[in-house]
Write a new protein. Structure first.
Lengths: 108, 121
């Protein structure tokens, strides 16, 4: 079965840049989506189609993709960015729709 | 403003059935595919099922195929999930999610708040 691999945790100080990676064999051909989930809340889309940011998401959030790795970057991370982050994509056929295991971002 | 409101969760015994519904508003419902995504306690999200804008194609995760059925009623802007032969490991918060496109191949740009399904004897 298809898998997306994320680091379990990333830790940065406020104002630093946080980078969260997502690796998958189909990412050269399939878009990655990124979701932020704070405790007790539904996931929120922060990046779609590798690099696009919804208008309501702060500009410090950006996305990129190269080869088999997609990356979510938070430039100047804030304490309120502490959350679990999940990438999402599909296998080459589009049949298997999967989330990465999630990355817990700590900002302190 | 896009709103998705799930209902129908609750406690069910293994082998029994539940039917979830999702009421959509704030967007042109019949322009977009829709999905169900679940999240077990303490775990990450898991895609469950998706349906194209016109119900022409439905897709299922291996874990639910043959037991769950996704459907929609565009006239009522509603999405459904019929859950049969429930198992203990179906226990989760079930989210309704809107696709970014009409086919079910995109990601999800809006989520509801979820409805809790607990399977226990």
């Amino acid at each position: 079965s298809y898998e997306l691999t994320q680091p379990p945790s990333v830790s940065v100080s406020p104002g630093q840049t946080a980078r969260i990676t997502c690796s998958g064999d189909a990412l050269p051909r399939k878009f990655a989506f990124w979701y932020q989930q704070k405790s007790g809340q539904a996931p929120v889309l922060v990046i779609y189609e590798d690099t696009k940011r919804p208008s309501e998401i702060p500009q410090r959030f950006s996305g990129s993709s190269s080869g088999t790795t997609a990356t979510l970057t938070i430039s100047g991370a804030q304490v309120e960015d502490e959350a679990d982050y999940y990438c999402y994509s599909t296998d080459n056929s589009g049949d298997q729709k999967v989330f990465g295991g999630g990355t817990k971002l700590t900002v302190l | 403003e896009v709103q998705l409101m799930e209902a129908g969760g609750g406690l069910a015994q293994p082998g029994r059935s539940l039917r979830l519904s999702c009421a959509a508003s704030g967007f042109k419902f019949d322009d977009f595919a829709m999905h169900w995504v679940r999240q077990a306690p303490g775990k990450g999200p898991e895609w469950v099922a998706g349906i194209t804008w016109n119900s022409g194609t439905t897709e299922y995760a291996d874990s639910v195929r043959g037991r769950f059925t996704i459907s929609r009623d565009n006239s009522k802007k509603s999405l459904f999930l019929q859950m049969d032969r429930l198992r203990f490991n179906d226990t989760a918060l079930y989210y309704c999610a809107k696709d970014v496109e009409a086919a079910a191949d995109g990601g999800f740009d809006h989520w509801g708040q979820g409805t809790l399904v607990s399977v226990s004897s």
